[in-house]
Design a protein around this ligand. Structure first.
Ligand code: ASP
Ligand code: MG
Length: 405
C-alpha cells in the first residue's frame, strides 16, 4: 500500500463533468489499495473573477480581505470533489488548508509555508477515507487565513507530500508533462521523461507555465520527487527529481519562451559609482523583480541602462525610474517596449563547452537580432523582438537536436 498525493489543477476540475472524471481517477487509485490525498485548485477562472470583483469595488483591496475572498475558490472544489466521490461509493472528506495544518507566515496573498502538521489527515486515511485538501490556502499562527501566491496549489501538494512522507506526488494538469518546447510553437517538441529540479526551476522561471516556481524550489529543498502528468489520459508524465550524474550528458533539455516581458531604458544617466545601486535598490523596495540588465557608456560619458521586468511591474518601474532620475539629477526615461525572452536550459552546460557558440550561431542563421543576453550555469537567455520569438525557439530547438527522433 502506497501513500499518494495527487494534485488537480483548475482546468481538471473546471466543470461538473471534469470533477466526475477526477473522482473516477481517484477511485481507480483507491481501488488499487493505495491511500490517497488529493489537493485541488479552484475552477479555472474563478480566482481571476474574484480578484476582478474586489477591484471593481476598490482598486487596491486590503490583502487580508483578499485572502479571505480567494480562499473561496478552492473551498468550492474540495467539497464538490468529495460529493462526487460519495456519489460513486468512495468514502471521502474535505479539509481546508487551515484544517490540514498548513501553517504560513503573515505575508498575505504570497504567504510562505512555515510548517505542515497535516491535521487529522493520517487518521482519516487510516479509517479508509480519501482526503481532499484545498490548495493555495493556509493559516498564520494568529489564525488568519492566507494564500500562497498565484499557482499556489502546486506548493500545497508538494508540501503535503513532504509532510506526510508520501511515496509519490502526482501533479495532474492539462498537458502531458514538461516538453522540450511549447508544442504549439515547435511542432516536433517532445515530452521529457525526466528532469532535474534545477532544470525545472529554470524552465518554470523562463516562461514555461507548467508549475509554480516556488513549489519546485520547495521540492528541491526537501527532495520531494514529483511527476507532472495529464488528468485527461493515462500516459506517463515527466518525473522531476534530484540530479543524477547521467543527466549531464544532455547539453540542453528544453527551450522556453516568455512573452510577458518589457524592457525599460534609462538613457543619459550620470556615469558615477552608486547609480545602479540607487536604481535597483529603489526597484527592490517597491517589490519589482528585475530580470535582465544591460549597461553601456554612450556619448559624453553618459550611461544607458536597460532592464527587463514582467508586464505587471511596468507602471511601478516607471514611477521608480522617474523618481531616481530626479534624485540623480540627470537621465531620461525612454518608452517601455515589449520584448520576448528565449532561453535554453540544461545541466549539461556546466560540464560542456561550445553551448554558447551553438546557441548564438543558430540565432544568427535564423536572422534573429539580440538585444540583451543573460546566462546562469545552466541557462542562456536572450531578449529579442516578440515577433521573432517563435522563429528563435524553433531554431534553438533544432540546433540542439531536441526534436522527435
Ligand atoms: N486558484 C489559485 C490560482 O488561480 C491557485 C492555483 O490554481 O494553484 O492562482
Ligand atoms: Mg496551476
Amino acid at each position: 500500500m502506497a501513500l499518494i498525493v495527487q494534485k488537480y489543477g483548475g482546468t481538471s476540475v473546471g466543470n461538473p463533468d471534469r470533477i466526475r472524471n477526477v473522482a473516477k481517477r481517484i477511485k481507480a487509485q483507491r481501488d488499487r489499495g493505495d491511500q490517497v490525498v488529493v489537493v485541488v485548485s479552484a475552477r479555472s477562472g474563478v480566482t481571476n473573477e474574484l480578484i476582478d470583483r474586489a477591484k471593481s469595488l476598490n482598486p487596491s483591496p486590503d490583502e487580508r480581505e483578499m485572502d479571505t475572498l480567494l480562499a473561496i475558490g478552492e473551498q468550492e472544489t474540495i467539497a464538490l470533489t468529495a460529493i462526487a466521490l460519495h456519489a460513486i461509493g468512495v468514502q471521502a472528506v474535505s479539509r481546508t488548508g487551515p484544517q490540514a495544518g498548513i501553517i504560513t507566515d503573515d505575508a498575505h496573498t504570497r504567504a510562505r509555508i512555515l510548517d505542515v502538521t497535516g491535521g487529522d489527515i493520517k487518521r482519516q486515511l487510516d479509517e479508509g477515507k480519501v482526503v481532499i485538501v484545498a490548495g493555495f490556502q493556509g493559516l498564520t499562527a494568529n489564525g488568519e487565513v492566507t494564500t500562497l501566491g498565484r499557482g499556489g496549489s502546486d506548493l500545497s501538494a508538494i508540501a503535503l507530500a513532504w509532510a506526510l512522507k508520501a511515496d509519490v506526488c502526482q501533479i495532474y494538469t492539462d498537458v502531458d508533462g514538461v516538453y522540450t518546447a511549447d508544442p504549439r510553437v515547435v511542432p516536433d517538441a517532445r515530452k521529457l521523461d525526466l528532469l532535474s529540479y534545477d532544470e525545472m526551476l529554470e524552465l518554470a522561471s523562463s516562461g514555461s507555465k507548467v508549475m509554480q516556481a516556488r513549489s519546485v524550489e520547495f521540492a528541491q529543498k526537501y527532495n520531494v520527487l514529483f511527476e507532472v502528468r495529464s488528468s485527461f489520459n493515462d500516459e506517463p508524465g515527466t518525473i522531476v527529481k534530484a540530479e543524477a550524474p547521467n543527466m549531464e550528458q544532455i547539453l540542453v533539455r528544453g527551450v522556453a519562451v516568455d512573452k510577458n516581458q518589457v524592457k525599460v531604458t534609462l538613457s543619459e544617466l550620470p556615469d558615477r559609482p552608486g547609480v545602479a545601486a540607487t536604481l535597483f535598490q529603489a526597484l527592490g523596495a517597491q517589490g519589482v523583480v528585475v530580470d535582465m540588465i544591460i549597461q553601456n557608456i554612450g556619448r559624453a560619458g553618459l550611461a544607458n541602462l536597460t532592464f527587463t521586468v514582467a508586464k505587471e511591474d511596468v507602471p511601478r518601474s516607471e514611477k521608480v525610474a522617474k523618481a531616481v532620475i530626479t534624485e540623480l539629477g540627470g537621465g531620461k526615461l525612454l518608452p517601455p517596449a515589449d520584448i520576448a525572452k528565449v532561453s535554453a536550459v540544461g545541466i549539461g552546460m556546466r560540464t560542456h563547452s561550445g553551448v554558447a557558440a551553438k546557441f548564438f550561431g543558430a540565432l544568427a542563421k535564423a536572422g534573429v537580432n539580440i538585444m540583451m543576453i543573460t546566462t546562469s550555469e545552466i541557462k542562456i537567455s536572450v531578449a529579442i523582438e516578440p515577433a521573432q520569438a517563435d522563429t528563435a525557439a524553433r531554431a534553438l530547438h533544432a540546433a540542439f537536436d531536441l526534436g522527435k527522433a
